[in-house]
Design a protein around this ligand. Structure first.
Ligand code: MLT
Length: 239
């Protein structure tokens, strides 16, 4: 299986190149961990938007009680939104049966950028083994689209891409990788079992700790605790 890994949303190639491939979007801290959690906890769908204004506009056509506005700017909840971007806010009681209209700085941007792929799913450490199983079943070539942080490399996203690659290897898939794919695989091999340490070392992880959000790192560092794989259907993430 051919797998190419890109480090930032800005590097994701255009639709011509994506066509025929499955895109795996990763923003391990925290957008794709939050999306995976929300759907696992019974949210009807997570709808990604580039801007808070677009999300609010979409809310106008939905009945009150049917949706929640969720997301962040500068890692904190957007004024007027119901929820921020902490996966710990997206428990069953809060989200079951609701549509989450969701916008984050890098994560939802990466989803929009990769939307031209033949299939798109969302990965985090939480569901990395389940994502790998789904990719192995499909057999289609893959592009791992790390969100990065405003155009720069993120340790945690690339390592999470490595976690998906290691699981594919364990499933017996023969991998043909681009150079960054090899880096991701080796990076994850050297941190496997110490995911929380890796997250705490990352620049964004340290920023979240500074904001008092250390509990999010502990949660996002858990590997394989969720079997749900969010997929993009008609602009909505569902399982
Ligand atoms: C993002 O999409 O940029 C991140 O998920 C930021 C965050 O941790 O809130």
């Amino acid at each position: 299986m051919r797998v190419d890994l890109f480090a930032t949303a800005q590097e994701i190639p255009g639709t011509d190149w994506l066509a025929g491939r499955t895109a795996v979007v990763i923003d391990a801290l925290r957008a794709t961990s939050t999306i995976t959690t929300a759907l696992h906890c019974g949210a009807r769908a997570v709808v990604p938007f580039l801007t808070p204004e677009e999300a609010k506009e979409a809310a106008r056509s939905l009945p009150e009680g049917r949706y929640l506005l969720g997301g962040e700017r500068h890692a904190v909840r957007i004024p007027g939104f119901h929820l921020g971007n902490s996966p710990l806010e997206y428990g069953r009681e809060e989200v079951a049966g609701r549509e989450i209209l969701f916008t984050t700085t890098n994560g939802t941007r990466a989803i929009q950028a990769a939307a031209g792929a033949s299939a798109l799913c969302v990965a985090s450490f939480l569901n990395a083994p389940a994502v790998a199983r789904k990719l192995a079943e499909s057999g289609r070539d893959v592009v791992i689209c790390c969100a990065g942080t405003e155009g720069t490399f993120s340790l945690e996203d690339t390592a999470c891409g490595g976690a998906v690659l290691l699981e594919l290897e364990r499933l017996g898939v023969t991998l043909s990788l681009n150079d960054l794919g090899w880096v991701a695989l080796e990076l994850y091999r050297s941190y496997r079992g110490r995911e929380a340490e890796l997250l705490a070392r990352s620049e964004h992880g340290r920023r979240l700790i500074g904001l008092g959000l250390e509990a999010d790192l502990g949660y996002c560092a858990q590997v394989g605790v969720i079997n749900a794989v969010p997929v993009l259907r008609d602009g909505r993430l569902v399982i």
